[in-house]
Design a protein around this ligand. Structure first.
Ligand SMILES: Cc1cc2nc3c(=O)[nH]c(=O)nc-3n(C[C@H](O)[C@H](O)[C@H](O)COP(=O)(O)OP(=O)(O)OC[C@H]3O[C@@H](n4cnc5c(N)ncnc54)[C@H](O)[C@@H]3O)c2cc1C
Length: 428
């Protein structure tokens, strides 16, 4: 790290990860965040009446090495727990049956953990999918077989937030290969919530390293001279950069495009719908998948239950009240099986969060990837950069790589930075 200061714009998980990487190098940094609080798309929504819930359920896999390292660094690893140690429960709405499946193919050696109806021909297709190097839609490899419905489809939606008919097989394959390692496919959730178990511990670690987060500071413009950023125009201040200062822009693609219009960035996004019902639940969270339903995932927490619907572009157009009541009717039988006091006619208070640009749309068409370091003293970060699925893991990697990119010899602008070395995950 140079002796200058690193100005990090955006305090989502990518910006926070970059700030931690600067702190680890003993460098000086400051974060600017447009919203009143850090966290970005990972946040807990607190309301005056005491009903708090995350914007949407976030899961990690034990394969997410960088995310787990970050949690260890900030002392929050033990706050992420495995709700379903005996295999992931999948509830089929059409038949009203529940099956526990293993997410790792190794676990399928036990017939009770094997997804229903899996045959030798399916295994061959799964191997082809996991080895995909040339891109094509996931559905074109797996076809219309039971494993699409009870394994590949739900995984594609959960990991890529894109319908399998168009989702990138290569991107999914990168994630699936990581799940093959022993113990890599354990699914984790935050015990209490994203703010308490991820964002606040990270913010506290940064504060302890003397790195401030200035909330309510939107970057309006970058002041660029030649190949360098020389100033930041923020909500209520202008920041002049010193000759050894760097900038990390840790923002979604549409903000990068506004600030640096010469860069090509992904243009399409996918929505995620989350519905949270206020209902007393068990002390330890439960996590259940659904097939044949609008509901895709159900997280049951101490004081509420949360339903996730990914790739929800059309669904989010529907009125919130209709969505809540349709989803409530779907989940009642499962909640009752868990011993909770749920009744189809008695829908509890519901909060609906429609994240219209939850992630980029990760389809099989190649996505524009701008250089990591388009200006001599500016690097990009964000979950949408790189070849891995756009998740917490890719956001964290991007923050670390932005810091590393700024440590190399100065790039000669956008033209020269096309030759940047491949990211670690591109080479996977
Ligand atoms: C509902 C939902 C469910 C998800 N589920 C999962 C999951 O299960 N597992 C998983 O790994 N990932 C999941 N994700 C994806 C995950 O949330 C993102 O990949 C990750 O949070 C992206 O972090 P980021 O820092 O790249 O971007 P962001 O979180 O978008 O951070 C960007 C930050 O920049 C700020 N900002 C924007 N413009 C400006 C500006 N001009 N100046 C200053 N600040 C600005 C924003 O306010 C924001 O805080 C989910 C996302 C959603 C929405």
């Amino acid at each position: 790290m140079t002796a200058g200061r690193t100005h990090i714009v955006g305090a989502g998980i990518a910006g926070l990860s970059a700030a931690l990487a600067v702190a680890e190098e003993g460098g000086e940094a400051v974060l600017y965040e447009a919203a009143p609080q850090p966290g970005g798309r990972c946040r807990t929504i607190h309301s005056a009446d005491g009903f708090s819930h995350d914007n949407g359920t976030h899961v990690l896999f034990t394969a997410n090495r960088h995310a787990l390292n970050l949690l260890r660094t900030v002392g929050a690893r033990d706050r992420w727990i495995e709700p379903e140690r005996r295999g992931l429960p999948l509830y089929d709405m059409r038949s009203g049956t529940m099956q526990r499946i293993g997410l790792s193919p190794w676990s399928w050696l036990r017939p009770s953990r094997r997804p229903q109806g899996i045959r030798m021909a399916d295994l061959a297709r799964l191997v082809r999918l996991a080895l995909s190097v040339r891109d094509c839609p996931v559905a074109s490899i797996v076809g219309d077989r039971p494993i699409m419905d009870n394994l590949v489809g739900p995984l594609t939606l959960a990991i890529l937030n894109t319908p399998p008919e168009v989702a990138s097989a290569r991107r999914l394959a990168l994630a699936l290969r990581r799940l093959l390692w022993p113990q890599a496919s354990r699914l984790l959730v935050a015990r209490n919530g994203l703010s308490e178990d991820l964002i606040l511990p990270t913010v506290e670690a940064l504060q302890a390293s003397g790195i401030p987060i200035l909330a309510g500071q939107r970057l309006k413009n970058l002041v660029i001279h030649g190949e360098r950023v020389i100033g930041l125009s923020l909500t209520d201040r202008a920041v002049a950069l010193g000759p050894r200062d760097n900038v990390i822009v840790a923002l979604p693609p549409y903000e990068v495009e506004r600030l640096l219009p010469a860069l090509a960035v992904p243009q399409r996004f996918e929505a995620i719908l989350n519905v949270h019902f206020r209902l007393p639940g068990p002390e330890r969270p439960r996590f259940i998948g659904f097939t044949g339903a609008l509901t895709q995932w159900l997280l049951v927490r101490r004081d509420h239950v949360s339903v996730t619907v990914s790739a929800a572009e059309t669904v989010v157009q529907e009125p919130a009240a209709d969505l809540a009541s349709a989803i409530w009717r779907e989940i009642v039988p499962v909640l009752r099986d868990l011993g909770l006091d749920a009744c189809a006619e008695r829908q509890p208070e519901a909060r609906i969060v429609k994240e219209k640009r939850a992630t980029i749309r990760q389809d099989a068409a190649s996505l524009p990837q701008p250089p990591l370091r388009p200006l001599a003293n500016l690097a990009l970060a964000g979950d949408w950069l790189g070849a891995l699925p756009a998740t917490i893991e890719s956001a964290i990697i991007s923050g670390e790589e932005a810091v590393a990119a700024l440590q190399h010899a100065p790039a000669a602008g956008i033209r020269a930075s096309r030759h940047h070395p491949p990211r670690r995950e591109d080479a996977a």
